[in-house]
Design a protein around this ligand. Structure first.
Ligand code: COA
Length: 264
């Protein structure tokens, strides 16, 4: 396993044509801070140029969490310019995953909240541990999803489900996420690693040009709608990020108390 950046927040393991990228901030449940996102963009660019890679797997370190979201500690300290840069970095990272020419498997090994679920939604096939919990809880922090979650949820499960999940912030079990079409496969915890390996090997055994052709054609079908939606998501996010409720929501999380929202 090699590390991509100084903080070791992105670890990479190659096994033949399969590359596993592990997001590694276990003390923060692998939350996405700028350092991790930068490391991931560097790795994705390298993978995009490697003709020997046929499948990429993205997972979280440890047994508890895939990714618990965008990093609330970091976000809470950002001013208007810096939050716009952070949002741009996050959206660009998700687009890099989505437009990687090879299939990308999200191995959801635990919590997948906020930016974590958004990252998974940018992948091609979402495999989820039975014990995982998923959701878009941004409304509890006074914000909305900003890394493409609103748009990619609509593509996966329809506008009704996207609306409900993003408006209520409800936390889904893996089984419910499967029923709604948020994830593709749910696997008992003990069989999770083996099942991800089996799926990756299956994908790697298929004709690469054909697999990549499927990805391009499906992406092309939804691309224009998603891209225009992503711009709207950024505009809306930045407007709402400037609100008093956002300050209250994030302070409440960091102070481990319930938020009191006023609509300002
Ligand atoms: N950003 C930054 N830090 C995070 C984080 C996030 N999204 N999610 C968890 N952490 C940190 C916690 O602050 C805590 O740090 P501390 O030990 O310094 O207090 C550490 O990770 C462990 O989290 P904790 O809440 O103690 O674990 P838990 O098992 O009780 O709860 C969650 C796990 C995922 C349910 C809970 O951490 C949570 O709700 N996280 C936020 C999810 C979210 O709203 N994501 C969207 C962000 S836009």
């Amino acid at each position: 396993m090699s590390a991509i950046n100084e903080e070791n927040t992105v670890l990479v393991r190659r096994e033949g044509p399969i590359c596993t990228v592990t997001l590694n901030r276990p003390d923060r449940l692998n939350a996405l801070n700028p350092d991790l996102l930068q490391g991931l963009t560097i790795e994705l660019a390298k993978l995009g140029n490697d003709p020997d890679v046929r499948v990429v797997v993205i997972t979280g370190s440890g047994d508890k969490s895939f990714v618990a979201g965008a990093d609330i500690h970091s976000m809470n300290q950002l001013g208007p310019r810096a939050i716009a840069d952070y949002l741009e970095l996050g959206q660009r990272t998700m687009r890099l995953i989505e437009s990687l020419k090879v299939p990308v498997v999200a191995a959801i090994n635990g919590f997948a909240f906020g930016g974590g679920l958004e990252l998974a939604l940018a992948c091609d096939i979402l495999v989820c541990k039975e014990g995982a919990v998923l959701g878009q809880p941004e409304v509890d922090l006074g914000i909305i999803p900003g890394f493409g979650g609103t748009q990619r949820l609509i593509q996966r499960c329809g506008a009704g489900t996207a609306r409900k999940l993003c408006m209520t912030g409800e936390r889904l079990t893996a089984a419910d996420a499967r029923l709604l079409g948020v994830v593709d496969v749910v696997v008992p915890d003990a069989e999770f690693k083996a099942e991800v390996e089996k799926l990756s090997k299956t994908l790697a055994s298929k004709a690469p040009l054909a697999v990549q052709g499927v990805k391009r054609v499906v992406n092309r079908a939804v691309e224009q709608i998603v891209l225009s939606g992503l711009r709207h998501e950024v505009e809306e996010f930045l407007r709402i990020f400037a609100s008093a409720d956002r300050e209250e929501g994030m302070s409440a999380f960091l102070e481990k108390r319930a938020a009191k929202f006023t609509g300002r």
